[in-house]
Design a protein around this ligand. Structure first.
Ligand code: FEO
Length: 170
């Protein structure tokens, strides 16, 4: 049975993963408006990833006999100055998510919930990738600057990203 404190903390994180998805979907809308279909694709894949994170946590809570309770999802920002601005925010957002996952892992250790600590290892590894991929795009958008040719090439690269569903929890 999942400890109530752990259950509440994971429920809170489920909300945050859904908010993360909402934020990236909002960025997808802005890329669409900018005529960058690749950027729209990249952010849509990111949105799908966030939903899969929320689902993975949902499944874990219910598997452990806990109760998922859904809360309101905050309204995301809807306008950014451009691609670089969006990816800078994505990177800062992911750094915040990493801190939240670390807090969950610390709580799991504090209450000796080793099953949850083990479950969270997936997310700890995932956050290394999340920060790296957003940081990579900050670098590339910085290099491209305002050059249409550079942005066109970058958009083609962003178009290649595909969503790969995570393996189900063991
Ligand atoms: Fe679910 Fe982007 O962390």
């Amino acid at each position: 049975m999942l400890d109530k404190r752990m259950q509440d903390a994971i429920n809170d994180q489920i909300n945050w993963e859904l908010y993360s998805g909402y934020l990236y979907l909002s960025m997808a809308a802005q890329f669409s408006e900018m005529g960058m279909a690749g950027g729209q694709n990249w952010m849509t894949v990111q949105y799908q990833e966030e939903l899969s994170h929320a689902q993975k946590m949902f499944d874990y809570v219910t598997t452990r006999g806990g109760r998922v309770t859904l809360e309101a999802i905050p309204k995301p920002q809807t306008e950014w100055a451009g691609g670089l601005d969006m990816f800078k925010e994505a990177l800062a957002h992911e750094e915040g998510v990493t801190a939240r996952i670390f807090d969950l892992a610390s709580l799991a250790l504090e209450i000796k919930d080793h099953a949850t600590h083990n479950f969270l290892q997936y997310f700890i590894a995932e956050q290394v990738e999340e920060e790296e991929s957003a940081g990579d795009m900050v670098q590339k958008f910085t290099m491209a600057g305002d050059q249409p040719g550079g942005l066109y090439q970058l958009d083609k690269e962003l178009a290649a990203r595909v969503f790969t569903p995570p393996a189900p929890a063991a």
